[in-house]
Design a protein around this ligand. Sequence first.
Ligand code: B12
Ligand code: SF4
Length: 453
Amino acid sequence: MRVLLVSLNNELLPEPAFPLGLAIIAGSLAGTGHGYKLVDLCFTPPERLFAMAQEYNPDVIGLSLRNVDNVAYPDTLTYIPYYQEVVAGLRKSTTCPIILGGPGYSLFPKELLEVLDCEYGVRGSGEKLFPELLCAIHAHDKPPDSQGIYSLIDGVGRCGTVKSEVIQSRPDHSQFDIPAYNQAGGMVNVQTKRGCAFTCIYCSYPVLEGRVPVTRPIPEVVDELRLHAEQGVEEVYFVDSLFNHPVAYAKDLCRALIAANLPLKWTCYAAPYLFDQEIADLFAASGCLGVEFGTDCLSEPMLKSMGKVFSVKDVQDASDHCRKAGLAFCHALLLGGPGETWDTVQETVDNATATEPTAVIFMTGLRIIPNTKLYDISLNEGVVTPETNMLEPQFYLSKALTDLTQNVNKLSRIHKTWIFPGHSIRCSVHLADYLRKRGARGPLWLHMAKKNL
Ligand code: B12
Ligand code: SF4
């Protein structure tokens, strides 16, 4: 069959995100006999996609939906109307079935099939299910009744927990414009594991990838990185939910990277938990430029309320270890959870400031995602009801946080290297362009100190 694969994401902030998931889907077609063409709407206007779809005349289209919205409050952005426009354009160019997939899709599998009026969806890891679904479509069979495949035509679709799955196909980058990502400050992405064992109340990552971390063989990861380095890639982002857990695996991977001596720099998400001096040193020695800690808050009662397993002291220690190792670090803060008051916010702000971070990403309001503990709390408190359309961005914000905008504006004037995405402060395409033109590469937060903003 002729398969048209499309990455719909065109969000440029905080940087263009290389669609690794779709590259893995493309890789899963190797040896299946299906041919494919790939269009990445990050750098291609939709009109070109429509023309190409008409010319290629695909038997099936696979759409990758990364983001549903920008999870930022109060300046919330939803991408659904744009997706509807793209699907409508494709429907004018072709008559073939459309399969949806990707992390955004996987959070709202039934809702998005309905809203976009597409035939099939694959929830969670797609590299095994997508070729299976193609086989079924080719044979005019009902799709396999597997947890993960949804169909409007055949009424298939079971909710349930996504199981962590080992990565089963190598990404195929051949039809992507990697130089365009480099030029726009993006990075090539690599995944070393799936799943997160922690239980933070709001988090969608275990919903998407499962609760048991499943790691890839280290030599396989190093081979993938070597291939990137040979093709001139200089910076890599590890897209793991948490790069530093399981700790022993992360340390072994760093040792393997040191031994491989690849000319690559990297950044990642990490937890400020069991982040000792040894791991900070290994990160630095293996090419790490900076670490984005999923800190969320720095007041003990709020850490507990958010389901965090670490303490304020753990965060202080992790920050010290980074500083000693020469690593840049940033705290991603998420304020406004159950029980938050301006006093607990102030405590977080004071403690975060004391760690002298390179930057802070300061988010207010928690996007409520179905199948999380926060969803249940929100139901109990009447923030949402079972009938609420959760595809429309719904946020939890503690009622005690009155005068949000004024207070955040005040904080932003004091903390010049802090970024406030939900308040559009130090987070704009204009600023990104400004920094990129001055040579900033990789995550923008690494460069916040470069200009008096
Ligand atoms: C790493 C990451 C980032 C990094 C990206 C760095 C980089 N250089 O790419 C940073 C921190 C910059 C970032 C930023 C943002 N992110 Co982010 N990010 C992630 C994360 C942790 C991993 C994404 C990833 O690459 N996964 C690895 C790949 C291999 O997996 P995958 O894409 O899911 O693909 C698999 C399946 O989905 C499926 N699949 C994928 N495509 C297709 C297509 C078809 C046809 C099929 C059948 C299957 C299929 O198969 C693939 C292989 O198994 C996810 C959470 C998560 N754990 O998934 C959030 C996530 C995707 N991000 C999210 C969001 C919202 C954002 C931001 C908008 C936040 C913001 N305001 O800044 C920005 C947008 C950036 C952009 N330009 O788009 C949300 C999206 C959901 C939503 N509510 O919309 C997520 C899910 C997290 C969340 N908060 O819930 N992000
Ligand atoms: S916030 Fe981080 S540590 Fe907590 S569940 Fe999500 S990915 Fe895991």
